[in-house]
Design a protein around this ligand. Structure first.
Ligand SMILES: NC(=O)c1ccc[n+]([C@@H]2O[C@H](COP(=O)([O-])OP(=O)(O)OC[C@H]3O[C@@H](n4cnc5c(N)ncnc54)[C@H](OP(=O)(O)O)[C@@H]3O)[C@@H](O)[C@H]2O)c1
Length: 315
């Protein structure tokens, strides 16, 4: 039996719009409300990246930490490096050089107003990265007490294995887009030896690698941007039908649509930890029951949600 996942709070939405260069009291209060809501439902892990809000998400979080003595000791913070936005005349490029890892991590710590992050995550695989150089930079940061551990994001099992070969520290987590809405992670395992598999590009074997080697799975986009739990906007027929099924199950079970959507993900035996990206305290509170709903979800309920979301039968 693998370790059960836990809810994680995703801080990407804190600090106001990405294109705003500054933030003020309203954004600090908004961040404090969201962090408070996450703490009230028992969340202890907070997910960041150096690029979120152009640095404002970390900065506003640092302001909330500064206001709340003792909070830092009650939570775990993870942040990411490796993506450069709007630099070097390019919209975006990846940079996992030693200099980038060291500089970006130091800048994140300064914005977060903390001496260390519990986990430093490599945001995306950089085709130019040298695993030995990355390993040396991470080992240095760990020895300096600036990071408690190492994780990766959007990496395949093979990429993780290559890096792990050079790194003494264990790679503790891989953060991937996984949800009822984005099911490539699941379909790639179900559609083995089936032509439909081509519709779901996902590096097959990644989940299995993580499960075999104790790399925790974190799911970004876990709420599917609210498509099954009341978000307005365009939806496909399958998404609308699934939202109705989610609402019906939530009604029967006396819980919220968010708990059903996240409970479905947590019901998977890999022990997936959903990263919740809502900034709305009520919606954050609505996620509280997800671990319990995962425990209670019958196999037929799990499959009815899966089949509804895919909009057709499995082979
Ligand atoms: N590793 C990576 O590459 C990567 C990439 C993207 C994100 N992430 C992490 O994952 C976290 C979550 O990702 P995400 O934000 O893309 O996914 P999400 O949690 O699925 O979606 C959150 C978004 O959906 C909206 N939403 C949810 N339910 C809604 C409803 N009922 N009505 C209206 N709006 C609703 C939220 O708005 P409100 O704020 O108004 O609720 C928010 O904008 C991020 O915070 C970040 O920490 C990681």
């Amino acid at each position: 039996m693998e370790t059960a996942g836990e809810l994680i709070y995703g801080c990407m939405g804190l600090g106001g719009p990405w294109d705003a260069t500054e933030y003020g009291a309203a954004e600090i209060d908004g961040a404090a409300a969201a962090i408070g809501a996450a703490r009230r439902i028992g969340i202890t892990v907070f997910d960041h990246a150096d690029i979120y809000g152009g640095g404002k998400s970390e900065a506003v979080f640092g302001d909330v930490l500064a206001r709340n003595e003792g909070l830092r000791g009650q939570i775990r913070i993870q942040t990411k490096c490796g993506i450069r936005l709007g630099e070097g005349g390019l919209d975006a490029y990846y940079d996992l050089s030693r200099e980038a890892i060291l500089e970006r991590t130091a800048a994140s710590l300064a914005r977060l107003r903390t001496d260390y992050v519990d986990l430093l995550i490599l945001h995306r695989p950089d085709p130019l990265m040298d695993p030995g150089e990355v390993a040396a930079a991470l080992t240095f940061l760990h020895a300096e007490g600036m990071i408690g551990g190492v994780g990766v994001s959007n990496m395949s099992g093979a990429q993780i294995a290559l890096l792990q070969d050079r790194l003494e520290l264990p790679i503790e987590a891989n953060q991937l887009e996984m949800s009822l809405r984005q099911r490539a992670w699941l379909e790639s395992g179900v559609l083995i030896n089936h032509p439909e598999a081509a519709q779901y590009p996902f590096p097959h074997g990644t989940l299995e690698h993580c499960r075999r080697h104790g790399v925790g799975l974190q799911a970004w986009g876990a709420l599917g941007q609210g498509v099954y739990s009341g978000a307005p906007g365009e939806a496909t027929d399958a998404e609308r039908a699934t939202a109705e099924l989610v609402a019906a199950l939530a009604g029967q079970k006396g819980t919220t649509p968010e708990a059903i959507v996240l409970g479905w993900l947590m019901r998977h035996p890999a022990g997936i930890s959903p990263v919740i990206g809502s900034t709305n305290p009520d919606r954050i509170a609505a996620c509280a029951d997800a671990p319990e709903q995962a425990r209670l979800m019958a196999t037929t309920e799990w499959y009815s949600l899966y089949l509804s979301a895919r909009g057709g039968p499995i082979p």
